[in-house]
Design a protein around this ligand. Structure first.
Ligand code: MN
Length: 271
C-alpha cells in the first residue's frame, strides 16, 4: 500500500478517536561502520544487509500493522512481544485461541517482525568489529562455564555450530539458545525468519547468538561456499562475546522475554 495512503489511514484513525498512535519500527544507527568486519564479512554485504534487507523488514512490518493486522490489537505491541505471539495461544472462554487471530496477519508478523528481530540480534548483539573481542577475555565466566558444560569445549561448540549452520536447507538461521526448562545451552536452527522464542517452538528457548545463513548474508563474497562464511564467523574474531554474555545473563535471569533487540544500550561494543 502506498505510504500516503497509510498516512491518511493513520490520520483518519487519529481524528476518529481510535488508537492515538502506532508503533513505528525504525532501524537504529549502527554503532560501527559497515566495513569493520572485513575481511570476514565484506563491507558491501554488511551495508546492503542492514540498510536495505533489514530496512525492508521494518517497512513491511509497519505496513502490516496498519493494514493486514488492523483490528488485531497489535498497534502498540513491542517487537519482542510481537515475535512471541506467533504460533502462541491465549485463554479464550474455556478454550485457547490463537494469540494473533487473523492468519494473514500472523504470517506477516512471522516474516517481518521475525526478520527485524533476528537482524537486531545479529547486527546489534552477536557481531563485533573484527579483532576487538576475545572469548577468553570478553565472555563472562558464567557463559564460558555453560558452554563447557553443554559442549565440552569452545572448539566442540564451534564444530557443532558449523554442522548445524551448513546443514540448514535453503534460508534460515543457526542459534545458540538457552532453554529455561532444562537450564542448558544448545544449538538449534530455524527456517526463514523464524526465531526460537516464537510460540511455534516448544520448549521455549532464548537465542543468545545467531548466524544468518540466508544467501544475502554471504553470497557476494562467499558465493556457494557457505562453510567458508561460517568458518569466518566462528574463527574471524567477530563474535561479540560481551554481548552474547549479556544475553545469556538476561536469559538465565528471566529478563530476556522483554528484551528490546534494537536497543543499542543493551550491548557492549568496544574493547
Ligand atoms: Mn539477513
Amino acid at each position: 500500500m502506498a505510504r500516503h495512503l497509510l498516512l491518511a489511514l493513520a490520520f483518519a484513525c487519529i481524528t476518529a478517536g481510535c488508537q492515538a498512535h502506532f508503533v513505528n519500527f525504525t532501524l537504529p544507527n549502527l554503532p560501527y561502520s559497515t566495513s569493520v568486519f572485513e575481511p570476514n564479512i565484506d563491507n558491501t554485504t554488511m551495508y546492503l544487509h542492514w540498510f536495505k534487507h533489514t530496512q525492508t523488514y521494518a517497512t513491511k512490518l509497519n505496513d502490516a500493522i496498519l493494514t493486514t493486522c488492523l483490528g488485531q490489537g497489535l498497534a502498540l505491541t513491542p517487537l519482542s512481544q510481537l515475535v512471541q505471539k506467533v504460533g502462541a495461544t491465549v485463554p479464550c472462554g474455556s478454550n485457547r485461541c490463537k494469540a494473533i487471530r487473523n492468519t494473514d496477519c500472523e504470517t506477516a508478523i512471522r516474516h517481518q517482525a521475525g526478520g527485524l528481530y533476528n537482524h537486531g540480534l545479529f547486527f546489534l548483539h552477536t557481531l563485533a568489529p573484527t579483532g576487538i573481542q576475545n572469548y577468553n577475555v570478553k565472555a563472562s565466566n558464567a557463559l564460558r562455564k555453560a558452554i563447557t558444560s553443554a559442549f565440552g569445549s569452545l572448539d566442540n561448540f564451534k564444530a557443532n555450530f558449523t554442522t548445524a549452520a551448513t546443514g540448514v536447507f535453503g534460508s534460515g538461521w543457526t542459534w545458540l539458545v538457552y532453554t529455561p526448562a532444562t537450564r542448558k545451552l544448545s544449538i538449534t536452527t530455524t527456517p526463514n525468519q523464524d526465531n526460537p522464542i516464537m510460540g511455534l517452538y516448544s520448549p521455549k528457548s532464548y537465542p543468545i547468538l545467531g548466524l544468518d545463513v540466508w544467501e544475502h548474508a554471504y553470497y557476494l563474497k562467499y558465493q556457494n561456499k557457505r562453510a567458508d562464511y561460517v568458518a569466518a564467523f566462528l574463527g574471524g574474531n567477530i563474535i561479540n562475546w560481551a554481548g552474547v554474555s549479556n544475553l545469556y545473563d538476561k536469559a538465565v535471569t528471566g529478563k530476556y522475554p522483554s528484551l528490546n533487540v534494537l536497543d543499542l544500550n543493551q550491548t557492549t561494543w568496544v574493547a
